[in-house]
Design a protein around this ligand. Structure first.
Ligand code: PEP
Length: 250
C-alpha cells in the first residue's frame, strides 16, 4: 500500500496568537489536497487558537515539544495530556535546535517518544547530521545511532505509526537544500534501519520526511523520491508557498 505523503510546518518561535489565526486563514484555501496529510506544528501559546481555527478543515495541529512527566512541579513545561486535551495530534521530538540549544540527548528524547506514544500523540522524530559529520563520511552511522537510541522500547506497531524527519543540520534555515539524491540516500538508509530493528512490514509503513530549506521550487523533485514521504518545513511554512508544497503533485 502506498504511503500517504505528510507535509508538516514547523513554525518554530514565530507567530503571536493573532498572527497565527491570520496565517491559518490565509493558508486555508491553499492547503487542500486529499492525497496529503497537512500538519501545523505551532508554538505552545498558539495551540488553542490554531486548533480552533482549523476546525472542520483537513489540517491537524502538532506541538513543537512536550515534557516526559504527566504533571507536577516542572515550571514552564507542557505535558502530553495537556496537548491531547487541547486537540493536538502530532509532536516534533528531537529537532536539532532542541538538541543544540537545550541540550536534549537521545536518552531524553527516547523518553519523550515513549511518552508521546503512550498518550496517543504521533511523534515527528527528527534526526540529522552536521556538515562536519557529512564531510567526515559518518552521516549514515550517526543517523543509524540516533534512530536506534530514540526508538528504544518502541514496539513495531508503534514504530509503524510514527513519522521520522531527516533534517541535515547544515540545510536547516540556510537556504542550502540536500540534493534529492542525498536526501533519498539517507531516507532509504533510515528505512533499512527500521527494517533491521523491526521488520520489512514496519519499514514499509513508516513515513519519512525530508526537512531543510524545502520550498515551492525544490519540493517536487524531493517528494518524487521513493523513500521521501513528505516534508518538515520551517521558513516556507509561514508563507503562501506552503500551499504550493502541499500541492506539489498538481
Ligand atoms: C526545520 O526547522 O525543521 C526546517 C526544515 O527549517 P527550514 O525549512 O527553514 O530549513
Amino acid at each position: 500500500m502506498a504511503r500517504k505523503k505528510i507535509i508538516a510546518g514547523n513554525w518554530k518561535m514565530n507567530m503571536t496568537p493573532t498572527e497565527a489565526k491570520a496565517l491559518v486563514e490565509t493558508l486555508a484555501p491553499l492547503v487542500q489536497n486529499p492525497d496529503v496529510d497537512v500538519v501545523y506544528c505551532v508554538p505552545a501559546i498558539d495551540i488553542v487558537p490554531v486548533v480552533e481555527a482549523v476546525k472542520g478543515s483537513n489540517v491537524e495541529v502538532g506541538a513543537e515539544n512536550l515534557y516526559i512527566e504527566d504533571k507536577g512541579a516542572f515550571t514552564g513545561e507542557i505535558s502530553a495530556n495537556m496537548l491531547v486535551d487541547a486537540g493536538v495530534k502530532y509532536v516534533i521530538i528531537g529537532h536539532s535546535e532542541r538538541r543544540q540549544y537545550f541540550g536534549e540527548t537521545d536518552e531524553f528524547l527516547n523518553k519523550k517518544v515513549l511518552k508521546a506514544l503512550e498518550k496517543g500523540l504521533t511523534p515527528i522524530l527528527c534526526c540529522g547530521e552536521t556538515l562536519e559529520q557529512r564531510e567526515a563520511g559518518v552521516t549514515l552511522d550517526w543517523i543509524n545511532l540516533q534512530i536506534k537510541s530514540d526508538l528504544q522500547g518502541v514496539t513495531a506497531e508503534q514504530a509503524a505509526s510514527i513519522v521520522i524527519a531527516y533534517e541535515p543540520i547544515w540545510a536547516i534555515g540556510t537556504g542550502k537544500t540536500a540534493t534529492s539524491d542525498q536526501a533519498q540516500e539517507v531516507c532509504g538508509a533510515i528505512r533499512k534501519t527500521i527494517a533491521e530493528i523491526y521488520d520489512a512490514d514496519t519499514a514499509e509503513k513508516i513515513r519519512i520526511q525530508y526537512g531543510g530549506s524545502m520550498n515551492a521550487g525544490n519540493c517536487k523533485e524531493l517528494l518524487a523520491k521513493p523513500d521521501i514521504d513528505g516534508g518538515l518545513i520551517g521558513g516556507a511554512a509561514l508563507k503562501p508557498d506552503f500551499g504550493q508544497i502541499v500541492n506539489y503533485d498538481k
